[in-house]
Write a protein that binds this ligand. Sequence first.
Ligand SMILES: *[C@@H]1O[C@H](CO)[C@@H](O)[C@H](O)[C@H]1NC(C)=O
Ligand SMILES: *[C@@H]1O[C@H](CO)[C@@H](O)[C@H](O)[C@H]1NC(C)=O
Ligand SMILES: *[C@@H]1O[C@H](CO)[C@@H](O)[C@H](O)[C@H]1NC(C)=O
Length: 366
Amino acid sequence: MKLCFVLCLALFWVELQHGNCQQAKRRKDSGENRIRPGGKRGKIRHPKVKEGGGRGHSLLTQVLEKGRFLRLGQSTVLAPGNNMELRCKGSNIGWSYPTYLDTFNDSRLSIVQSDKYSQLTLTSPSAADTGQYSCWVVVCDGRECEKDHEHVYSSNIYFADKDNLFVPSDIHFEIVYLRPDKPAVVPCRVTTPQAKVSLHREVPPEEIQANETLVNYDPAKGFVLQTPGLEYQGVFYCKAVTKGTPQISTKYQLLYVEVPSSPPFVSLQASSELVSGGDNVNVTCSVIGEPDIDVSFTWSYPGEGQRPVHIQTTWRLVNRGRGQTTRITQSVLSVEDMETIDFGKYICKAKNQRGETLVMTSIMSK
Ligand SMILES: *[C@@H]1O[C@H](CO)[C@@H](O)[C@H](O)[C@H]1NC(C)=O
Ligand SMILES: *[C@@H]1O[C@H](CO)[C@@H](O)[C@H](O)[C@H]1NC(C)=O
Ligand SMILES: *[C@@H]1O[C@H](CO)[C@@H](O)[C@H](O)[C@H]1NC(C)=O
């Protein structure tokens, strides 16, 4: 799995360089959280999240020796190596923790729910396990369960490691997309909240000055660029210092993307719209969109279910000048040896996270 991921990333990078690749499988940048036991993802009725539990005390505690407990605040610094046991009171508790632990299906992590509490155990934690750990109460109404957004308790847990000031990652070259309409994050998180971190451009070498309003550093997230623009394109890295020699993070390629976030822009074209029986036809459905937005295709065609067709989906990144990068995703439906049943309407439905677009073309007999 790790290998595939690294390989895919390499493919992705090669593709950026050469502008040609087929369906590299990439990990979604799924942010911090995953939901484990205690209830499926349900409808979300109260989108309020109370960090640390608001009014009441946090129900999230760390189990110390000899039956002592420590209530966790917004941030907690622990020593790596010692097993971590977190407890959350309640008979039905959900948890989230750094996605890294799920991505690699880490057996060091276990969660046990008992009558009165749920316990999350992480054995031999290391700097890489630094991140946000949360628990919440799951409320059920019959079979429908959901997260109680009034009772969510979180702590950013740092496994301080002076040899790894940055949270280690398997990705040695990460791509960060800059969009004009939302903040971008250069995710150089640290394992010690006290580390002094700066952001640097590689060429020309330059330190980007942190500025409360435009660029600020959050040890749990990284550098947040509030209104990312073209000026932030290029290769960047972070530098951290506590005492002694500074450490350098992985490198980040910042790419500016101007395509709006919307349902896919689709075009559909047949290799020929007037054909004779026995001909071969390709119908190509193309989507132009944002580099990191996946597109899926669904086809409807006259011979559906009766005639075999071949469908191939590929994508590539295209540099559109001024440093803008666009992704072209194509699905090609090929019909060989056209028969009467194959003439008619070909409909391509392209779907991304924002919505779907339908386009149609007709293939007629000469
Ligand atoms: C994760 O590990 C468990 C137990 O080792 C195994 O049953 C499960 O299939 C694994 N899941 C994935 C996605 O590898
Ligand atoms: C941040 O930078 C902007 C633009 O350069 C400037 O207008 C603003 O005053 C700066 N804010 C601070 C707190 O330095
Ligand atoms: C359809 O696409 C395939 C693969 O790209 C190509 O080999 C073939 O010549 C195309 N056929 C037509 C009729 O354009």
